[in-house]
Design a protein around this ligand. Structure first.
Ligand SMILES: Nc1ncnc2c1ncn2[C@@H]1O[C@H](COP(=O)(O)OP(=O)(O)O)[C@@H](O)[C@H]1O
Ligand SMILES: [Mg+2]
Length: 273
């Protein structure tokens, strides 16, 4: 007799990735500052549930690329697409600033290298997280506190410090507040710029563990920028190597980092061994 149990149907399902489209895409992204081309014709795709690492030495254009993806800065050329309802086929870079802000609030969480860029350092940590909810019109104080507490707990922030101001917290805790704020509205995209630079190695490892867990649980499409190959190794499934605004090599992280093909990547990898 034909077995139509759930398990047998499940075996017939096509692999999930083959049907999935990138959640976030950039095409032909360019950004110049006077004579410097910070980002030069960069393409990238990020799928739900994956972490793409962007590595390169200081000044290679990593942070600028992230700001373009976060719609924070106008690009000189290129497109950014987000596979979310209502935005299919829309170049997000061509939206007006109010619509860009709406996309950012609703779909994109960011963790900056310097906490003061992402947080109000003299507001409470819980207040910083609640700010995301206030931005979408939530006013119920109980709900704001509950959501802030939940997000901080998910980011493994010690809740007895939730009413402390970031200025009085350690660097690792400040990054956890940024993470909590980034995920408060359950975005689909997470952008991290050097999230652990400047932290002690042991603290770094704990923060990276939290990022990995959150990313997996929330199935985020994540881009992490770092000059530190260790961070990229720990987090990223795929990697793009940037130099002078261009992508010089890309592929699966283990392959690129174990067997780099471009002389520049070879230099980076060997310098860190
Ligand atoms: N706001 C800016 N004004 C002028 N030049 C900038 C600005 N932001 C970045 N740059 C320049 O663009 C290049 C890439 O910078 P950046 O994206 O910060 O690199 P990375 O994050 O890889 O260190 C550098 O030469 C930098 O000096
Ligand atoms: Mg940078």
């Amino acid at each position: 007799m034909l077995d139509i149990s759930k398990a047998s149907w499940a075996r017939l399902d096509p692999p999930r990735l083959t049907t999935e489209r990138p959640l976030l895409s950039g095409r032909g992204l360019c950004k110049r500052y006077n004579s410097v081309t910070a980002v030069d014709e960069v393409d990238l795709d990020v799928y739900p549930g994956e972490i793409v690492g962007i590595v390169g030495e200081s000044g290679s254009g990593k942070s600028t690329l992230l700001r373009l993806l976060n719609l924070e800065e106008p690009a000189d050329a290129g497109r950014v697409h987000l596979n979310e309802p209502g935005y299919e086929g829309v170049n997000l870079l061509s939206l007006d600033r109010f619509c860009k802000r709406e996309v950012r609030i609703k779909y994109i969480g960011v963790v900056y290298q310097y906490p003061h860029l992402g947080l109000r350092m003299r507001n409470t940590s819980s207040g910083n997280v609640a700010e995301r909810l206030i931005m979408v019109g939530k006013r119920d104080y109980g709900l704001l506190r509950l959501t802030a507490r939940d997000s901080l707990a998910s980011s493994e922030f010690p809740l007895d410090r939730m009413d402390d101001i970031p200025l009085h917290l350690s660097g690792g805790m400040q990054q956890r507040v940024q993470l909590a704020k980034a995920i408060a509205l359950r975005p689909s995209v997470l952008l991290l710029d050097e999230p652990t630079t400047g932290l002690d190695v042991s603290v770094q490892a704990l923060v990276l563990d939290t990022v990995k867990r959150l990313q997996r649980e929330l199935r985020l499409a994540t881009v992490v920028v770092s000059h530190d190959l260790g961070v990229i190794r720990t987090l990223a499934g795929r990697v793009m190597v940037m130099r002078n605004g261009q992508v010089v090599e890309q592929g699966l992280a283990d392959q690129v980092l174990e067997d780099p093909q471009s002389p520049y990547t070879q230099l980076l990898v060997h310098a860190k061994l």
